[in-house]
Design a protein around this ligand. Structure first.
Ligand code: NAD
Length: 252
């Protein structure tokens, strides 16, 4: 048995014994769908300095810079389809084992794979929609991309001319309190908490695994690189998320 098969078997053994599993995902689950993670060299996320939320509100120039990188990053999102890792989580739900799916991702791929929206907690919002910050009118992100490609530099609401922003949480913006509360409650009450594809460096999201550990849950970390929380993990793998998760489902 290869080390990856052995790790998948161990994961399947833990998951067979419980139906209170919380999955916590980050950008690493979506790299196999072609979306670069935060740290990939050359990825759009590493090329531009992030625009802070207050800057975005205050300055037209900051809004211009923000939309330049949003425009450039969107084709990766639009072209991406869920991969074996996303599908394995859908399978856990079908088998009645998934308590909650907490994600830092904004790509909407869990929903696209077929995970139920009432189990998904998007801590950092979603790139699928753009909201008017004045009147709340919501636009499909793909529609706004067409405006950008036609030459609009800073989109404005068609109803009230208000400032518009994708429904994602920017640096300096508070996480939605209800979503964070639900994420904490699920982390406290689960029996197994598995991190998939996150460097666990963005707070407060990263600390959810420590909350789960303190509440007595088994902790697994499936991430290529080391994370600051590895020492509290009961199980760890640095292999590909898609590979380990699909083998785990076969063995479950
Ligand atoms: P991160 O980029 O900080 O870390 C991703 C981790 O995934 C890395 O440590 C890497 O080693 C690991 N990884 C990459 N591919 C993997 C694979 N196939 N199998 C296993 N591990 C793999 O991501 P983060 O912790 O999610 O934090 C980044 C922030 O940026 C988040 O807030 C997120 O909202 C945002 N972001 C989202 C997306 C997305 O929605 N897909 C993409 C980039 C960044």
């Amino acid at each position: 048995m290869s080390p990856a098969e052995e790790q998948s078997r161990q994961l399947a053994d833990v998951f067979r014994a419980t139906d209170r599993i919380v999955i916590f995902t980050g950008a690493g689950i979506s790299t196999e769908s072609g979306i670069p993670d935060f740290r990939s060299p050359g990825g759009v996320w590493t090329k531009y300095k992030p625009v802070m939320f207050q800057e975005f509100l205050d300055s037209e120039d900051a809004r211009k810079r923000y939309w330049v990188y949003k425009k450039e990053g969107f084709p990766d999102f639009a072209a991406a389809a869920p991969n074996a890792g996303h599908q394995a989580i859908v399978e856990l739900e079908k088998r009645g084992k998934l308590q909650a799916l907490i994600t830092q991702n904004i790509d909407g791929l869990h929903e696209a794979a077929g995970s139920s929206t009432d189990l998904i907690f998007e801590l950092h919002g979603t790139e699928r929609w753009v909201d008017c910050l004045e009147c709340g009118r919501r636009y499909a992100r793909a529609e706004v991309q067409e405006w950008l490609e036609a030459g609009t530099e800073v989109p404005r609401c068609e109803s009230c001319k208000g400032i518009m922003k994708p429904a994602t949480i920017s640096f300096g913006q508070h996480l939605p309190e209800d979503v964070l509360t639900d994420a904490v409650v699920n982390s406290e009450s689960c029996e197994a908490f598995l991190v998939i594809g996150s460097s666990l460096q963005v707070q407060p999201a990263a600390n959810l695994c420590a909350i789960a550990k303190e509440s007595g849950a088994w902790i697994g970390i499936l991430n290529r690189d080391e994370t600051p929380y590895d020492s509290l993990a009961d199980w760890r793998s640095g292999d590909s998320a898609g590979e380990i998760l699909s083998m785990m489902i076969e063995l479950l």
